[in-house]
Write a protein that binds this ligand. Structure first.
Ligand code: DHB
Length: 304
């Protein structure tokens, strides 16, 4: 079988395949990021990094459900000053390294981006569903998203991606705000605000009481968000949410994603990047297609 070319250029960045490690998973150290890169990911995104060291929420911070994972880590991170060296280590992998950045206002985003100079792209986290003053608190306000994106673009020497929250009435309005601010791409979606309660004690399970849902349960939510964003925006849409196999990736691409991020599925196997890439190759060959043919295909079918 001749292997189809799965390499892509995403916001000016070359990638050997369209799979990307999602933010927050194995992204805290340079060596774990390297491990994921060596397992076949086309690019890797770091854990979200902020201005000051943060211990995160009290335990438990993560809980496995049948339909996915509930988490409220609370943005634990060593601050951009301490993370600098990890970024350099991750870059030894040879795949693009995207720094995920969170802040409370535009100046904070700029300062962190400046301190993490050298990343191949920056992913603005304006979508963590449970951090007071950060994440979705800023990411549900279109004006603030636009201002943050503009500030990030002025500072960054690399492309700026904006990761969107699904916990809004209209995700397209937020995507349009990011585009107006000069975003090079949007990433959709972050986790879905959610909660679990222990029926034996009556207590909410997570230390933070509620958190964000990831994994298979949110895949159809993500597909719809990506579909809507692709239709409305001129910039690329990167799809994330419950992708565990090549079928999920193909579906996300047909909705309009030009690349996919994978997070929760790593729990089962770190070989998920290779598995998705191989499955995607075989799918394209057996259907006589190239990658570009499937990106946004569902829109073209509906329009026929
Ligand atoms: C965390 C959760 C998120 O969904 C996110 O986007 C960033 C950080 C966390 O709990 O640390």
């Amino acid at each position: 079988m001749t292997k189809p070319d799965l390499s892509i250029e995403l916001t000016g960045m070359g990638m050997k395949n369209p799979t990307i490690l999602a933010a927050g998973v194995l992204g805290t150290t340079g060596s774990s990021l390297k491990r994921v890169a060596n397992s076949g990911a086309g690019a890797v995104v770091t854990k979200s990094i902020g201005i000051e060291p943060k211990p995160g929420h009290p335990n438990p911070t993560m809980f496995k459900l049948e339909c996915g994972f509930l988490n409220a880590m609370g943005l634990p991170n060593p601050s951009y000053k301490e993370f600098r060296g990890e970024l350099d280590t991750a870059k030894e992998s040879g795949v693009p390294v995207i720094a995920s950045v969170f802040g409370a206002h535009p100046d904070e985003f700029s300062k962190i981006i400046d301190g993490l100079d050298g990343a191949d792209a920056y992913e603005l986290n304006v979508s963590c569903p449970h951090a007071s003053g950060y994440g979705a608190v800023v990411g549900t306000d279109p004006l603030l998203v636009e201002e943050i994106t503009r500030a990030a673009k002025q500072t960054a020497n690399a492309p700026v991606w904006v990761k969107l929250t699904p916990n809004v009435t209209d995700i397209v309005a937020i995507g349009e705000a990011a585009q107006r601010g000069g975003a090079d791409a949007v990433v959709a979606i972050n986790t879905v605000r959610s909660m679990a309660i222990d029926i034996h004690s009556g207590y909410p399970i997570l230390g933070n009481l509620y958190g964000g849902l990831s994994g298979p349960a949110i895949h159809p939510v993500a597909v719809k968000c990506v579909y809507d964003l692709y239709q409305a925006l001129d910039i690329p849409v990167i799809g994330v949410g419950g992708i565990a196999n090549y079928q999920d990736a193909v579906e996300m691409m047909m909705a309009g994603a030009c690349a996919v991020q994978i997070g929760s599925a790593i729990y089962d196997s770190i070989s998920v990047f290779d598995d998705v890439t191989m499955g995607l190759s075989e799918y394209l060959v057996s259907h006589g297609l190239v990658l570009d043919d499937i990106i946004g295909l569902a829109h073209r079918k509906v329009g026929l």
